[in-house]
Design a protein around this ligand. Structure first.
Ligand SMILES: Cc1cc2nc3c(=O)[nH]c(=O)nc-3n(C[C@H](O)[C@H](O)[C@H](O)COP(=O)(O)OP(=O)(O)OC[C@H]3O[C@@H](n4cnc5c(N)ncnc54)[C@H](O)[C@@H]3O)c2cc1C
Length: 527
């Protein structure tokens, strides 16, 4: 840490960053601070107050589709926390103490590798985003993992408020040496934790993160809806299985556009390496394989876990309830290995080749249930935008354009099916495919994760995608709903000056961040 002649505090500052944003919001160019300790974070905040400069904290800065950088032209400096990347209690983690105290720069790949090496009996809730994406930043934006909302996994935070005060929430306030610091999530008295999720009151410098015992058996449940007309019933039946904890993880119900885009790159890779295809022949064959293995309009993927007996009973229950409306398939590692070995050997038969390619594409996605993060979803996008040469974390260096418009929904199949149909129709009016996954996330609500894809190199396409996203959000609001998580550019539509709720949030800002230093306008009024 050093101060320069003008008194501006510099903590490993990189002046030259030019960060691109996949939402097409334009490139952010400005000062980036890379603190390495809580003391440095605190010093930066205090200095920002003195200089009246705003700071935007990111953990790993990969919030693709939601706005992962400050907006271009905004007078703000970036605080990149990826250098704070320690698992602070690494020596104390065990099966009987399944909590990791992690800094914001700890990635899901890093924690997964650490657990596989040192505690194979433990795993955690991973997301479908990149291996190098964070756990803390994702949870703070209320991201969702394969097993549920990450918000439920994070507690006991240490943070620096916008006023520059170091504060610990829950029982971490008793000090990290307290036997309660890392285990009891609620603390005593009002819980402050909630303010720092989708909030702009401070910079989180570490947090407790729940780990899970690895179940004896895990099976993926793949369902293909037989008749599109039955979508409402399909959702309601799956909702029942979630509520009754027969299928405890998040069930993802994807439309054909989503399923095909998720499988495409894995299929192409297989056909390239095992079939020796390339160029136009490769693309045509991949399309043929997709048509064969993913013909259905709606498919779902969920999971069952437990002891062998529990899993068997749950599989019987799923088969008996879902068999009437869907093709039911249970997949585990053994079946994947065996199926792949046999089908790959007979790949000279088109059907066998198609299914071997599908298994090869499904395998990394299947690993998500077991807590193994993968770059597969990002690699898919990089391939689609012609930049398979790039590592996943450099998605923004491709021309991939992406906007999420993801409404939270009541657990009501008919309502969800109607809304998704209407949103798909609106997107089609802008010549867009809508990529949809209805996620059964909590016992009583769902989220439709929907996104648009476009070419960021094409200014007209960027403009059309943003108009389309605006129309979709307007429809969501017209139905009395709201998105579960907002893009940076949506904040003016989300935060309303007439709302008592947002007025109180602004008053709280004055308590925690009197000079409006931290991410002004993020889930709050700009001023
Ligand atoms: C193909 C694809 C698949 C995806 N799959 C998923 C998925 O399954 N689930 C999901 O949730 N998302 C998903 N995403 C979206 C996104 O990539 C992830 O949510 C990712 O984890 C967010 O980036 P990050 O972890 O680097 O968080 P960051 O970008 O670091 O943080 C997100 C925001 O939280 C705030 N923040 C971060 N750190 C701090 C801090 N320490 N203190 C205060 N505020 C902070 C900032 O406002 C920041 O902008 C996906 C995206 C793509 C393109």
């Amino acid at each position: 840490m050093l101060g320069n002649a003008t008194g501006v505090l510099k903590v490993n500052v990189d002046q030259s960053i030019l960060a691109k944003d996949v939402t097409g919001a334009g490139a952010f160019s400005g000062v980036v601070h890379r603190p390495k300790s809580v003391a440095e974070v605190q010093a930066l905040v205090l200095e920002a107050r003195r200089r009246k400069i705003a700071l935007h904290p990111t953990s790993t800065g990969l919030n693709w589709g939601y706005g992962h950088m400050p907006q271009a032209g905004s007078d703000i400096e970036l605080m990149d926390l990826s250098g704070l990347d320690r698992i602070l209690n690494a020596d104390q983690i065990s099966v009987s103490n399944p909590v990791a105290v992690i800094e914001p720069g700890v990635t899901q790949g890093q924690l997964s590798d650490f657990l596989l090496r040192h505690h194979p009996g433990l795993f955690f809730n991973v997301t479908g985003s990149a291996r190098n994406s964070s756990i803390v930043g994702n949870a703070l934006d209320r991201g969702v993992g394969y097993l549920g909302p990450r918000r439920d996994d994070l507690f006991g935070m240490e943070l620096v408020t916008g006023a520059g005060t170091v504060l610990s929430t829950g029982f971490r306030r008793l000090g990290d040496a307290s036997p309660l610091a890392h285990c009891h999530p609620f603390g005593l008295g009002p819980m402050l934790d909630g303010l720092f999720f989708q909030g702009n009151f401070g910079v989180v410098t570490s947090a407790c993160f729940k780990l899970l015992p690895r179940p004896a058996k895990q099976v993926a449940v793949s369902l293909a809806l037989l008749n599109e007309r039955d979508l409402p019933r399909f959702i309601d039946l799956l909702a029942g299985l979630k509520r009754e904890k027969v299928m405890g993880s998040v069930t993802h119900i994807g439309n054909r556009a989503r399923t095909r885009s998720s499988l495409m790159y894995g299929i192409v890779q297989y056909l390239e390496t095992q079939g020796g295809l390339s160029g136009g022949e490769l693309t045509r064959e991949a399309d043929r394989v997709l048509a064969l293995v993913a013909p259905d309009q709606w498919t779902s993927l969920g999971g069952i876990a437990g002891t062998a007996k529990q899993v068997k009973a749950a599989m019987d229950e799923v088969r008996s309830r879902m068999g009437e409306v869907a093709r039911v398939m249970f997949i585990d590692d053994f079946k994947l290995d065996l199926g792949y070995a046999v089908l790959n050997r007979f790949r000279f038969i088109p059907w066998a080749k198609a299914n071997a390619a599908a298994i090869s594409a499904i395998r990394p996605l299947h690993g998500l249930a077991a807590g193994i993060p993968t770059d597969a979803a990002i690699d898919n996008l990089l391939w689609r935008f012609g930049r398979s040469d790039l590592p996943a974390e450099r998605l923004a260096d491709s021309n991939c354009g992406m906007l999420f418009i993801s409404p939270a929904l009541p657990m009501d199949g008919a309502f969800a099916a109607r809304l998704v149909a209407r949103m798909t129709e609106i997107a089609a009016g802008f010549a867009h495919d809508l990529y949809v996954t209805v996620n059964i996330e909590t016992d009583n609500s769902m989220v439709a994760v929907t996104n648009l894809l476009f070419d960021r190199a094409d200014a007209a396409a960027v403009e059309r995608a943003h108009r389309c996203a605006g129309a979709l959000h307007a429809e969501v609001k017209a139905q009395g709903l709201e998105v579960y998580r907002a893009r940076v550019d949506m904040m003016p539509e989300v935060v309303s000056a007439d709302s008592d709720y947002w007025k109180v949030i602004r008053q709280l800002k004055a308590v925690f961040d009197p000079d409006n230093i931290i991410s002004p306008g993020r889930y709050n009024f700009q001023n």
